[in-house]
Design a protein around this ligand. Structure first.
Ligand code: FDA
Length: 504
């Protein structure tokens, strides 16, 4: 722990540099604990890493961040960078060794060049703010990114960024053309200055490893004025396994404009299966495609809803129809629950028997109060991009990604171990049906159970120790990431439980 004299010296270091905005919250500040608590999204993660930050900084200029990096390095404090704060394991606001939080909430300006179809987006902006800015500018300018409006572009783009348009346009990372990053020396570098290796690493290598991204330059796409969505729910009966089995082969191959996600949801004992979709085009074209490729779903004209692209964003972010787009500007999403996320990739269809076994398991009584399994088809553009183009390796050959969300409400939370062992049993059951050697996972669905760095001492993290979990996120790109890390941050200054370790 930092001695109080040491802490004072750290603040003196900051004071001599900081501008007049007073953006430092110390533990003595009356609003400190409210601010700190407002960041905690996952109580399970907080219980694992309960240390309080020495200070929370909310810089409004890059220069302030440069100073903070300089002082943190001088006083051996770790930095946790926070953008939207949605890291599933809380790595943007939790730590087991002395640390400060740099919260980018004031680094979030967005400027759009509609003619050139590009935009600069501040590292602390949320995707909701980006969606809002695009909709304010035009009805047809769009960007391929995640569905939840409160995720931050800082962490989300750093891990790739998958969304309902990814079958057509790839990940957010595939559409980033420049960035600004502050490195461990406190230098502010753009693409040219950072070089292509680092620029490659930050678009998919995961947040918190290479420096602090203060802005991304993105390439926008044009969508039609009208798109179509549907969400059809089917009862769990003797035909469900057959229907989902069909979906597995069809959804990754269907027209690139069409994304059909399967959502298997159990809440408070009620299990249901939905097919939730986004189509870049009109309803009559969608119906033709569905009739030809997936008639088994029995999609009706009345299931299809035409709307503007921005309304489809609201729809998929689970806002109510008719909500103003201003709901996208709300940055707060404090769930205050206990949750655990697992991810998987499927390369060949799960047999009907396998699906049946899964549905049986989900019907057991003593399960987490909310289970939400989201099966997102890949294929399309995702399969056309090479595995080494970005650190994100899950491309050709992947049929779909499984995101498994488990929430424990407070009465269940006193018995965390019991539910965690059910989750372990589920994860083990799925092992027969998902990718192997490595069993793949998506870095943005952070899961510390896969393995962690021993980062308390920065010299003990190494590629060799980390490759067991690192290859699961990055496959053959993990070694290159580790080499880039050795080059751009040789002292391993930017580190956390699953940061990229230097190559040794
Ligand atoms: P947060 O601020 O917690 O940062 C995550 C990591 O990145 C931390 O290690 C942090 O230090 C680092 N970091 C943050 N800003 C940085 C910066 N500027 N420079 C460098 N490092 C930085 N994913 C997806 O692909 N598609 C989706 O649709 C969704 N949907 C979704 C919904 C909900 C409710 C949640 C909670 C999460 C998702 N995700 C997702 C996962 C999401 O992409 C992932 O959690 C991102 O890391 C979140 O980024 P934030 O900036 O919000 O997180």
């Amino acid at each position: 722990f930092l001695s109080s004299a040491h802490t004072q010296d750290f603040f003196t270091c900051l004071k001599s540099y900081k501008n007049s905005n007073g953006s430092i919250y110390t533990q003595q500040n009356p609003t400190f604990s409210t601010l700190r608590q407002s960041m905690v999204q996952n109580i399970l993660a907080q219980n694992r890493l309960p240390l309080n930050p020495t200070a929370i900084l909310t810089p409004s200029h890059e220069k302030e961040i440069q100073v903070a990096v300089h002082c943190a390095k001088m006083f051996d404090l770790l930095i946790r960078v926070r953008s939207g704060g949605h890291d599933f394991e809380g790595l943007s606001y939790l730590s087991q060794v002395p640390f400060i939080i740099i919260d980018l909430v004031n680094i979030r300006s967005i400027s759009i060049d509609a003619k050139k179809k590009t935009a600069w987006v501040g590292g602390g902006a949320t995707v909701g703010e980006l969606y809002h800015a695009l909709a304010t500018k035009s009805r047809t300018l769009a960007f391929s990114t995640g569905t939840c409006a409160t995720i931050g572009v800082g962490g989300h783009f750093s891990g790739g960024g998958f969304g309902i348009m990814s079958r057509k346009y790839g990940l957010s990372g595939d559409n980033i053309i420049d960035a600004k990053i502050i490195d461990y020396k406190g230098r502010l570098l753009n693409r040219k200055a950072m070089g292509e290796d680092l620029f490659w690493a930050i678009r998919g290598g995961g947040g918190g490893s290479f420096g602090i991204v203060t802005a991304w330059k993105i390439e926008l796409v044009t969508v039609p004025k009208t798109v179509t969505v549907f969400n059809v729910t089917r009862p769990l009966d003797n035909h469900t396994a057959e229907l989902v089995h069909k979906w597995q082969s069809i959804a990754p191959k269907i027209d690139n404009n069409l994304f059909i996600r399967v959502i298997i949801n159990k809440f408070n004992g009620v299990l249901q299966i939905s097919f939730k979709s986004f189509f870049i085009g009109r309803a009559n074209d969608l119906l033709k495609i569905m009739q030809k490729s997936f008639p088994e779903l029995g999609l009706l004209d009345s299931d299809c809803v035409e709307m503007s692209w921005i309304d489809s964003v609201l729809y998929h972010a689970n806002f109510r129809r008719g909500d103003s787009i201003d709901v996208l500007l709300n940055r707060l999403n404090v769930t205050g629950t206990y949750f655990k996320i697992k991810s998987d990739y499927v390369t060949s269809p799960i047999s009907e028997n396998g699906l049946g076994g899964l549905f049986e398991m989900l019907q057991e009584e003593d399960v987490p109060i909310l289970i939400d399994l989201q099966w997102s088809p890949y294929g399309g553009k995702m399969a056309e991009i090479s595995e080494s183009s970005l650190p994100f390796p899950h491309r050709a050959g992947i049929k779909y990604m499984i995101e498994s969300i488990f929430v424990l409400a407070p009465p269940q939370a006193v018995n965390v171990d019991r539910y965690m062992s059910w989750i372990d049993r589920y994860y083990k059951y799925m092992s027969t049906y998902v990718s192997k050697s490595p069993r793949r996972a998506y870095i943005n669905f952070r899961d510390l159970d896969l393995g962690v760095n021993n980062y308390v001492s920065n010299s003990t993290s190494s590629y060799n120790k980390a490759k067991k979990w690192g290859k699961r996120y990055f496959n053959n790109n993990f070694q290159r990431l580790s080499h880039v890390k050795s080059k751009v941050d040789p002292t391993n200054f930017f580190r956390h439980e699953q940061s990229i370790p230097p190559f040794k």
